[in-house]
Design a protein around this ligand. Structure first.
Ligand SMILES: [Zn+2]
Length: 168
């Protein structure tokens, strides 16, 4: 039986099998890595602010009522190359939404090279359509590839079908 030397990192508290594989030069919390940590954090913050500002500016011309776009993409960045439709299904079709209208599955028209801004506008229409106001954070898009699933959308072969990936 091998002897496993279990110990805890003094800096981050992680349980480490082998102290030699997790020394201060490796540990993200160590004083030794403080400068690097700060630099990483600063550049992340700078990028976050840059993208947030771009969305703020964009939203002045394109107000969103429901959708909260992710700051991992710029509004004018192409989200999907080629022809596509964006979809999402209502969880309880026929139930009434906040405006007293029955909810339904959402299907966008065919879009060509849509940007993340255009995707956000479609998702903004999708939310009251499906009535799912709880998942308003647009994380990204998920391509539907299964042939049997694709049948349901009845689109031409060159049209990609993408579902909104959401969070709350
Ligand atoms: Zn550590």
């Amino acid at each position: 039986m091998a002897f496993i030397h279990r110990t805890f990192c003094e800096d981050c508290g992680a349980e480490v099998d082998d102290v030699f594989k997790h020394g201060p030069e490796v540990c993200p919390e160590s004083e030794q890595n403080r400068k690097k940590r700060k630099a990483d954090n600063d550049s992340w913050e700078k990028e976050y602010n840059r993208v947030s500002k771009a969305w703020e500016k964009w939203e002045k011309k394109n107000p969103l009522n429901h959708c909260i776009p992710s700051v991992s993409h710029l509004p004018n960045e192409i989200a999907v190359e080629g022809r596509c439709i964006l979809v999402d299904d209502a969880e309880y079709p026929g139930e009434l939404n906040d405006h007293g209208e029955p909810v339904a599955d959402f299907r966008s028209g065919v879009l060509i090279n849509p940007t993340w801004g255009e995707v956000a506008l479609e998702f903004d229409k999708c939310i009251p359509t499906t009535g799912d106001y709880h998942h308003s954070f647009l994380e990204g898009l998920h391509q539907i590839k299964s042939k049997s699933e694709l049948k349901k959308y009845n689109v031409a072969g060159d049209v990609l079908v993408l579902q909104f990936s959401t969070g709350s």
